[in-house]
Ligand binder design. Sequence first.
Ligand SMILES: [Zn+2]
Length: 188
Amino acid sequence: MDWNQITQAIQGLSKDVSGKVKETADVLKLRQKASVEKQRIRDAYEEIGRLYFKECEGKEVAPEYQEFFDTIAEASAAVAEFKSKIEELRNTKTCPECGAEMDKEAAFCAKCGAKMPEPEPEEKGECEAVEADFCEVEECEAAEEAEGEATEEAECEAEAADAKAACECEAAEEAEAVNVCCCDEKEE
Ligand SMILES: [Zn+2]
């Protein structure tokens, strides 16, 4: 092997090496791109799930979906319970508008300025079912009272609206699905 051959061999090697480096960089770039697309797929799946849940909440769903609805209900109830325990321990409350944590006695939110709702009087009864995104009429005293006031001929939707108003439960208003679930309860 003369000097030229050695030089050529070294050049060839470094060409190989730089080729490999470029290849690796290209592979990395493509993997990153693929990973971005995979995340978009996951987001889309999640959004489909969210929309389906919203659409079917309180209605009968195919058995293969039911366990997921149950999981969401259970987990939501658990989250609400933990959250209220945390607030109790820290002597705080959460702004319903912006979610900021503040002193329990605060009348206005320090972050967004929203007026805090008056603490609900005891006799209204807690509407835990609605907090968990499910409106079970038997667990909601306010809704039962409203049901009693409504005339028998009243449209189901009107009853549901009355019940919603009587609940004065902001979670119920946000849930939007409350009409549907209240109607379903009464039709059974
Ligand atoms: Zn706020």
